[in-house]
Write a protein that binds this ligand. Sequence first.
Ligand SMILES: [Zn+2]
Length: 120
Amino acid sequence: MAQQTMRGMRLGTQSLESERGVNYSARVTHLFQCANDHVSEIVFSADAEIPQTWQCKNCQLQAVQLEDGKRIKLDAAEDKVPRSHWEMLLERRSREELEEILQERLDYIRARRAGGQADL
Ligand SMILES: [Zn+2]
């Protein structure tokens, strides 16, 4: 949304308000580069927190901020793919243990069924 607003301003939308007497806040320009090597120039307010990534203006990929002409290293947290429950389970238990637990559980359920009790 913010980006669309900025695009609109670039295309020359004129404000009807007088610009005289307006104090412009300081601006800083940061470059972002996507995996297709497109470089997007994004202007931020000087006191804004600069995000590590921005959507590429050319191809909609995620572009990474450039620092001294190189893409910055992203924080692990932002880069990390969320793990599934299954992956977390595999970190705690070996496959053999899981098979064993499954078998125990199946035996338990079968025993209950045999006893005429409803599954919970
Ligand atoms: Zn791109």
